[in-house]
Design a protein around this ligand. Structure first.
Ligand SMILES: *[C@@H]1O[C@H](CO)[C@@H](O)[C@H](O)[C@H]1NC(C)=O
Length: 199
């Protein structure tokens, strides 16, 4: 994305310089100086020609048929394992969802974690959710954990959340209550262990 912006800036600069060059003969003509300069195309310095051609061949330009089409988003299978703490009232009957990001902002969301068990997210229990399908995101380092705050005493004390995909695995040591904030009608907790984050 940054590269695209850079290309656009280069294009605008190049066009402004081009207009500036083109305007000179016109201004001369307006002052009655009808000279050979009108017929001559303003020559672009080599550096500027490069800028214009670089901008024209950027992905932003639909005219360039040479750039390969964007790779389709591939699907991955994930396993999510939640560990509920052993504190009094740690369990919840609320519907739990989780979103994982990597540091470039790519994300995968799993809504209403469900594995067919009678009761998930009970005090002291470990719950495994397998074969969850979603877009492939590598280098997961950030998690947004939410629940819908339904049920009796919906607050949830989470020990850890583990997410794995293929051989990649990330463990978030949460050790916190996921509870409601302010006037939100859901509860949430954001954990970021990315050394930077730029969506
Ligand atoms: C984030 O995930 C996408 C999709 O797998 C990947 O293309 C990108 O390189 C990842 N970013 C980082 C910083 O790992």
């Amino acid at each position: 994305m940054d590269e695209l912006v850079l290309h656009l800036v280069k294009l605008v600069v190049a066009l402004l310089l081009l207009l500036h060059h083109a305007a000179l003969p016109v201004a001369a003509a307006a002052h009655g100086h009808k000279t050979a300069v009108l017929e001559s195309q303003p020559a672009l310095p080599a550096g500027m020609r490069f800028l214009v051609s670089a901008a024209a061949s950027s992905p932003a330009s639909p005219a360039s048929g040479s750039s390969p089409p964007a790779a389709p988003v591939s699907t991955c299978l994930y396993t999510v394992i939640t560990e509920t703490g052993n504190k009094l009232g740690a369990g919840t009957d609320a519907k739990v969802s989780v979103k994982f990001y990597n540091k470039s902002g790519d994300a995968v969301t799993f809504q209403d974690l469900e594995n067919g068990a009678d009761d998930n997210f009970e005090r002291g229990s470990t719950d495994t959710f397998e074969a969850l399908e979603g877009p492939c995101v590598s280098g997961i380092c950030r998690m947004w954990l939410t629940h819908d705050n339904t049920g009796i005493f919906p607050a949830w004390y989470v020990q850890s959340v583990k997410v794995s995909q293929g051989r990649a695995m990330k463990t978030f040591r949460v050790m916190q209550w996921v509870s409601r904030h302010n006037s939100d009608d859901f509860a949430s907790l954001l954990m970021s262990e990315c050394d930077y984050f730029s969506p």
